[in-house]
Ligand binder design. Structure first.
Ligand SMILES: [Zn+2]
Length: 419
């Protein structure tokens, strides 16, 4: 391929993706606004009008912020690539460090830093203006800053050695480097499944064993019925950051733990909590989690093989506004370019992952209905939708691209039909 042909291909995909995303967002806003005046009939008795309208306004505000962020990110992407941002960064660093690992790490680190700095005002605005306006923000500025510092340190402590290993493999292990890198990446992901709940998450939140005796008995009974062994039930102080509620599992094998946000426990009754947990256990028992991990590993193998090819093609660099170095190597640059442009070529495929994920949600709902009461899950879902100000009337096409969960009304219809 010629470098011009690749530039044209990249710009065409970028144009299609950006236009498609703008179109989906504006459809979504129109759809939500058009349904703002009345609660959908099937929820009329369960959700008050003011909550429905708050959800509509919250959705519109978030979607608009998403459009602004898309605009900025598109300009940044073109700036980094075709307008020569990465080329300038590379030349500047190369003058200071010369060829070698220092140059490569410096390039990756400064690219990461610049991207994070561009993202920062959006994160700040989202938390302290948007979330605050709708009453969801519980974070102080001090916590925001300490999170930022901790996240940066974790990224350095964990990311730097990983990147060093991958760059060394790219440089020294020959044509099959991508296969070895895949083994490293896979091993790293598995290690993170263990390290995240036990080491990383506790840096940010406090986890205390679930105290409530009767709730614990209820949950232990459910786990026994379902046949699930766990290392413990924990409550996480999610309320120090946000009023949004959630429950999740982490770890695997014997180290599995179930984590409830304190905000969820405060809001749901014992039967509803049991039903929500049964849904999560359904994901586990029906092997959704294992399947998702296997698919992720297969996809990353494919992408690494693709990168193995692209890294040796001059047009991949020049087509994206970078002159490959003649002395020293271009591995870090190849990684950066690949991470930057991959989403441009894959966004169009996102409904595929939504389809699988929705199928899994229905299956987990059916599992919960089998082991607990479907009505309890319905009332829990209604409360969670209301509390999170999730819209009940998303645009169907927008939803197909972005939502991992089926629309509330469809989920609830399925659940009620299963009784
Ligand atoms: Zn689920």
């Amino acid at each position: 391929m010629s470098s011009l042909a690749f530039s044209v291909l990249f710009l065409s995909f970028l144009g299609v993706t950006v236009l498609l995303r703008f179109w989906l967002s504006s459809r979504h806003i129109r759809h939500v606004v058009a349904h703002r005046h009345a609660v959908p009939a099937e929820f009329a008795e369960k959700i008050p009008l003011y909550a429905h309208q708050k959800a509509a306004d919250y959705t519109v505000a978030r979607t608009k912020l998403g459009m602004l962020s898309l605009m900025v990110n598109t300009v940044v992407l073109i700036g980094f690539t075709l307008l020569g941002g990465l080329q300038w960064l590379s030349v500047t660093l190369f003058k200071i460090t010369g060829p070698g690992m220092t140059y490569q790490l410096a390039l990756l680190a400064s690219f990461g830093l610049i991207s994070a700095l561009i993202e920062l005002p959006f994160d700040y605005y989202k938390q302290f203006v948007l979330e605050a306006k709708f009453g969801f923000n519980k974070m102080t500025l001090g916590l925001f800053i300490s999170d930022l510092v901790k996240n940066t340190l974790v990224a350095i402590v964990i990311g730097l050695p990983l990147v060093w290993v991958i760059l060394t493999l790219m440089d020294k292990s020959g044509d099959l480097w991508w296969l070895y890198a895949w083994f490293v990446w896979t091993g790293f992901q598995l290690l993170m499944l263990v390290l995240y709940p036990t080491v990383i998450a506790p840096l940010f939140n406090k986890f205390t064993p679930l105290q409530d005796e009767s709730l614990r008995t209820r949950i232990e009974n459910l786990m026994q019925r379902v046949g699930f062994a766990s290392k413990g039930l924990f409550v996480m102080d999610g309320s120090k950051r946000s009023a949004h509620g959630n429950a999740y599992f982490s770890g695997f094998g014997g180290a599995k733990r179930i984590v409830f946000f304190d905000t969820l426990l405060a809001r749901l009754g014992p039967q509803e909590i049991e039903a929500v947990l049964a849904h999560e256990l359904g994901h586990f028992k029906l092997k959704h989690i294992v399947k998702r991990i296997v698919v992720m590993f297969a996809i990353s193998l494919g992408f690494l093989a693709l990168l193995g090819y692209l890294k040796t093609q001059v047009w991949f660099y020049t087509g994206l506004g970078v002159d490959p170095l003649l002395i020293g190597n271009n591995d870090a640059m190849a990684l950066i370019l690949f991470m930057l442009v991959l989403p441009v070529f894959t966004f169009i495929l996102s409904p595929l992952s939504s389809i699988t994920s929705r199928k899994h949600e229905f299956e987990a709902d059916a599992f919960a209905a089998q082991y607990t009461n479907a009505q309890d899950l319905v009332s829990a879902l209604v409360k969670l939708y209301e509390d999170n100000a999730s819209t009940l009337t998303p645009d169907p096409l927008h939803s197909a691209f972005y939502d991992s969960h089926p629309p509330a009304s469809v989920r609830i219809q399925h659940l009620l039909a299963s009784r």
